[in-house]
Design a protein around this ligand. Sequence first.
Ligand code: NAD
Length: 481
Amino acid sequence: MTHALPVGVPTGMWLGGKQIEPEDRARFPVLDPATGEILAEVVDAEAADGLQALDLAVAAQDDWAATAPRVRSEILRTAFDLVVERAETFARVISMEMGKPLPEARGEVSYGAEFLRWFAEEAVRIGGRTTSSPSGSGRILVTKEPVGPVLAITPWNFPLAMATRKIGPALAAGCPIIVKPAAETPLTMLLLGRVFADAGLPDGLLSILPTTDAAALTGPLLADPRLRKVTFTGSTGVGKLLVRQSADNLQRTSMELGGNAPFLVFADADLDAAVDGAMAAKMRNGGEACTAANRFLVAREIADEFTDRLTTRMSALRCGHGLDAGTDVGPLITDRQRATVDRLVTDAVGRGARLRTGGKISDGPGSFYPPTVLDRVPADAPILREEIFGPVATVTTFDDEDEAITSANDTEYGLVAYLFTRDLDRAIRVSSALNAGMVGVNRGVVSDVAAPFGGVKSSGFGREGAVEGIEEYLDVKYIAL
Ligand code: NAD
């Protein structure tokens, strides 16, 4: 069944508080990944549009920084109210362009909106401090200043939430922001442009520039010293490139990059809770999440029972269009992403892994991949090293706690780790030993607007959400008195 996009979704870029559709710009198609059909044709922004957005941001910067925090806060709060009011439209658009089931898209809308409310509250709490010089010769006044114009580059997997957790703190801190959404999912962001225009955000503070040539648009911006910050969510490779590009002008950077989350199940775990947690950690967003459990490490004595139960749950999931009732798992974002997942699974099976369910691409339209479980995965299989970004669970075993920790940490990434145990001492000991920015204890989901989200090692640096989130957009200034 063909599903129609909600009426009135913008298809032009947002520049200077307005939707712009220049006649001389090309357009590019946005596809429904469940059918391959074209949902809309969106204006393809060019380098000149990026530089115009920066001109507007620079012109708006000082007034916005001087605007009362309460006024900044109220605009963000109004934007939150409008997203909530328009939640169903947002959810349908997210589901259609990204593929996730509608209930999950609704979940993203409330999670994404929450960053606008949270940072509306933080806007009025930007503090500082005073201390005395030890010599007694003076006082030290420490203040926080907006870092200046920001470039945000966002991925397709959470097209609303990955952007609001950058836009919210940037505007709260007093910074203008230019958003380059992923080309696969620009429509959600263009809808958000209208929200901010309706919320009364002054012109020039938020520009939204969809493009098929990300590097051509962002390169000149990073080469311009008036840009003061780049915040990125996406793959580690692109993150490294952006950090290199930011070096010439020493722009501040926040990098939320890839993950390879271990999920440890100890023999004393509540197995029902562990399987529920496994389903949440693996299947949220169909596995297309940087927080997705990539490697299930299970105590040998319970591994068969855990895998049997996980296999039963995974094989009961129904794939389908995100808007169809009864769909548990949508398509992957593109055929290319599906081919990557298929390659990893086929390779692992070729090396001796046992396929418990799934593993076979069905015929028909859409980038669907079935929920898959592999156990007895050999240690050298690339599927244990690379981020899968799909609905595939790999199970391996351990014999003791030290081995579990060593295996869990045997990755270049360090975003999140999960562990299930009933032993509080072990929970604390293992949490401390895991090299990750976040640890879920007896929980399969860690994301929370009030928690600092972010990683270590190749998962990047910087934190989003929480009280830490706004600091990424503030410079510290010291005034000697
Ligand atoms: P990606 O790195 O290919 O793309 C992310 C964004 O960067 C897109 O907007 C893309 O257009 C842009 N981009 C690509 N090449 C660029 C270039 N040369 N210059 C400037 N911009 C460029 O990643 P993806 O495939 O869209 O997203 C999946 C990745 O994102 C996964 O690795 C996942 O783990 C990661 N991710 C991380 C988090 C987190 O918070 N840590 C959250 C979601 C996704």
